[in-house]
Ligand binder design. Structure first.
Ligand code: SAM
Length: 309
């Protein structure tokens, strides 16, 4: 087996520098060889939660002095870290999980270190958003490779619904994070506002009960309810962008069929081929045939019981 320490050492790690290190989002084996090398090399590891980071270091066989940096002491902690860097130390910063600064603290410390004229070096690694996008398939392609990172939606229903309505107009996919206590409300809100959009739900990524279904937003609440334990765990959701017209224009949110049109389509699909069902549902509800046809195809791909084309 290769000597990973010498592989990672093929770069210099200057003193007086802050190393911003991504850590696993579940599976400890996702800690990179370079992260291991640098965490073993630094004089101290600054972190969000010393207990959490202490456990991670113990699991990989490292012991390092830990410095707590949280929102209540961020300014003073940053000053202390800058002073230690000025004295020639190397310091790492890690958040609780994933990449610092991505829906996580880290930005202010980086800013303070830069302002003091000290170096800041990123050590890339896991991030739930990027992991989810990597298995979002053609959603990215349809968005011409673009995406918007949203992070957590507002907690209050009105603000959340307004944010969803605004994001619905994007032609490319968007990525949201959600906590277990709010996943039910968020999926219900997406189902109500954008029933015909596909979602890629990344649940418990890199962990034992990992799931990555692609389904219509209209079907997401039922998916969540289908297993009692499903609402537990961590979630990242990729929402596909507004559909494209045949002419290549980005569709507006209004082109996406509403819940009633999708329901009519669902009733027709077992009786008719997908194209005819879409046409008829469009005639009944005023929704666009193309958009309903896409929904019909998605339902078919997801194991729907529509007829042949
Ligand atoms: N900095 C992290 C990153 O780079 O992904 C994100 C930190 S944010 C405080 C935590 C949120 O990220 C969770 O509530 C969840 O939405 C998402 N997340 C983190 N780990 C995850 C996992 N293993 N599977 C799915 N989502 C995850």
């Amino acid at each position: 087996m290769a000597d990973w320490n010498s592989l990672a050492a093929g770069q210099t790690y200057p003193p007086g520098t802050l190393y911003v290190v991504a850590t696993p989002i579940g599976n400890v084996a996702d800690l990179s060889l370079r992260a291991l090398h640098v965490l073993g090399l630094v004089d101290a590891v600054a972190c969000e939660d010393t207990r959490n980071t202490g456990q991670l270091l113990t699991r990989v066989g490292l012991q390092r002095p830990l410095l707590a940096v949280h929102e209540h002491n961020e300014r003073e902690a940053a000053e202390r870290i800058v002073a230690r860097l000025a004295a020639g130390e190397r310091i790492a910063y890690v958040s609780d999980a994933g990449t610092p600064g991505i829906s996580d603290p880290g930005a202010r410390l980086v800013e303070a270190v830069r302002a003091a004229g000290r170096g800041v070096v990123p050590l890339p690694g896991p991030s739930a958003a990027v992991a989810a996008l990597s298995v979002a398939g053609d959603m990215l392609e349809h968005g011409e490779g673009r995406f918007t990172f949203v992070g957590f939606l507002p907690g209050k229903p009105k603000a959340r619904d307004e944010a969803v309505a605004e994001l619905a107009g994007l032609a490319h996919p968007w990525v949201i994070y959600e906590a277990p206590h709010r996943i039910g409300d968020t999926l219900a809100a997406l189902a109500a506002a954008l029933p015909a959009r596909r979602l890629m739900i990344g649940r418990e990524l890199t962990k034992l009960f990992e799931e990555t279904p692609v389904l219509l937003a209209a079907d997401a609440p039922a998916w969540l309810a289908a297993e009692a334990t499903r609402g537990k765990g961590e979630f990242v959701i990729v929402v596909e962008g507004a559909r494209r017209h045949a002419g290549g224009e980005a569709g507006e949110a209004g082109d996406v069929p509403d819940a009633r049109a999708v329901r009519v389509l669902e009733l027709l699909l077992p009786e008719l081929p997908a194209k005819r069902a879409a046409k008829l549902a469009a005639a009944i509800t005023g929704a666009k045939t193309d958009a309903l046809y896409q929904v019909a195809l998605s339902k078919k791909r997801g194991g729907g019981n529509d007829g042949d084309d």
